[in-house]
Design a protein around this ligand. Structure first.
Ligand SMILES: [Cu+2]
Length: 437
């Protein structure tokens, strides 16, 4: 999110500037839907590419919005809190005309996509002034499949603009090529945002596709394909469905060789995962983010209700379907295996820290500066990075334009996961990363 990867013009020189996210998350009370009737879950509206192309006109403008009975002054794309999801395939050409009708500068970031950071690509160093229009153009790389997202990346204003409503999803189709079992499953695109609704600690509205606590229908024993994204600014989610499990198949667009059964999935800001979800026995199953000790100095982030998975229909052999979901294997080679076998060209350490008054954030004792080059790496090299979190709260780690493979967390090998953004770092612990290209 506020982390940057900045390529320079030359092929062998790239610049990385890193900064990181800090979270002053103050409260997330559970919110009952006013009136008592929950909306029925729906995927967000979609814009689909045709003949290898998708063009999007995006107007960023201030707007009043009402969510769950609360009125906000928002900043929205095309007047929508949950804008259309862009649905493309590898190799497609995506063009975006961004019209800035805000009273402040903004810009645009294609989160998770390995595309050029230069010119009119994923260039977060552009400042699009109020009243200006800018045309972005990227080509979706062959290796990408899964859920990605877009948001502004104006240094210093990212958090506020995203909380105002400026973010949306990008789906790169092809998951069913990797897991053919998905082909006939009902797909759920679940995009989670948050917005403060009061001054008290942790008081915020957490929404699913812009809806407050929707009912998500499923049949007992029905397998569904969920793609879930945390596309808010800075809230950690620890997702759980009561009485059901996630059979996780990818994180951040990187797939695992076989589904991993998880009772809970920790999803830091910006992170995504996809999973097979199997309907439990008939009845309501709460979908929520459970309590989470996010900062050692603060009370835990409270549980927040996200919706209800409503299982309805004849009784079924749920265990048999779960066994079938577990038995799936990825079809074809995985990019992470190439990364894992690459020789390490360099090793580096990055330490995240914060000033005592928590107003300044550092990487290796330096504050972020758009005009300074912190690290130069050779394009194509594989490096091993160790990330130290010297703060008392969790932080996301993210590099623009490239994924990375988490090899170890706090001394424990993380063998299964190829991640672009790993699970958030436990406070004051170590993480080793190999950076692939
Ligand atoms: Cu990003």
């Amino acid at each position: 999110m506020k982390d940057l990867w900045h390529g320079s013009g030359s092929a062998v020189r790239s610049r990385i500037a890193l900064s990181f996210l800090f979270f002053v998350l103050l409260c997330g009370c559970s919110l009952a839907q006013s009136g008592g009737v929950n909306p029925i879950f729906a995927n967000p509206p979609m814009l689909v590419s045709h003949h290898g192309k998708l063009h999007v006109d995006l107007v960023a403008a201030p707007a009043e919005l009402t969510l769950g009975g609360h009125q906000f002054e928002g900043m929205l794309y095309n007047g929508q809190y949950m804008p259309q999801v862009w649905r493309l395939r590898s190799g497609d050409k995506l063009t975006v005309s961004l019209h800035n009708q805000l009273s402040e500068a903004t810009n645009f970031h294609f989160h998770g996509l390995d595309v050029s950071p230069l010119g009119n690509g994923d260039n977060v160093f552009l400042h699009i002034a109020p009243g200006e229009m800018f045309n972005y153009a990227i080509t979706i790389p062959e290796k990408h499949v899964g859920l990605f997202w877009f948001h502004p990346h104006m240094h210093g204003d990212v958090d506020r603009q995203i909380i105002g409503g400026m973010s949306g999803g990008i789906v790169i189709d092809g998951s069913e090529r990797l897991y053919p079992y998905l082909k006939h499953l009902r797909e759920r695109i679940i995009l989670i945002k948050h917005h403060p609704i009061g001054r008290a600690d942790y008081q915020e509205l957490v929404t699913v596709n812009g809806m407050v606590t929707p009912d998500i229908p499923i049949r007992p024993g029905e397998a569904q394909f969920w793609q879930v994204g945390n596309i808010g600014a800075d809230r950690f989610l620890r997702l759980k469905i009561e009485g059901m499990a996630f059979y996780l198949i990818s994180r951040d667009g990187y797939f695992v060789p076989q589904p991993i059964r998880m009772e809970e999935v920790l999803l830091g800001p910006g992170q995504r995962f996809s999973a097979i979800v199997v309907g439990g026995q008939a009845g309501p199953h709460a979908f929520k983010s459970v309590e989470f000790k996010f900062d050692e100095r603060q009370p835990p982030l409270p549980e927040v209700e996200l919706g209800t998975v409503v299982s309805q229909g004849p009784a079924a052999d749920v265990a048999a379907v779960e066994a079938k979901a577990s038995a799936q294997r990825v079809n074809g080679p995985l990019y992470v295996d190439t990364v894992r076998s690459s020789p390490i060209a360099h090793r580096r350490t990055f330490a995240f820290s914060v000033s005592p008054d928590k107003t300044k954030f550092f990487i290796n004792d330096q504050v972020f500066d758009e005009d300074r080059t912190d690290v130069t790496v050779k394009l194509g090299d594989t490096e091993e990075w160790t990330i130290l979190n010297q703060d008392a709260q969790y932080h996301d780690f993210h590099i623009h334009q490239t994924g990375f493979l988490v090899t170890e967390v706090n001394g424990v090998a993380a063998l299964l996961m190829g991640c672009e953004t790993p699970s958030a770092l436990p406070p004051r612990r170590t993480e080793n990363l190999a950076r692939p290209r």
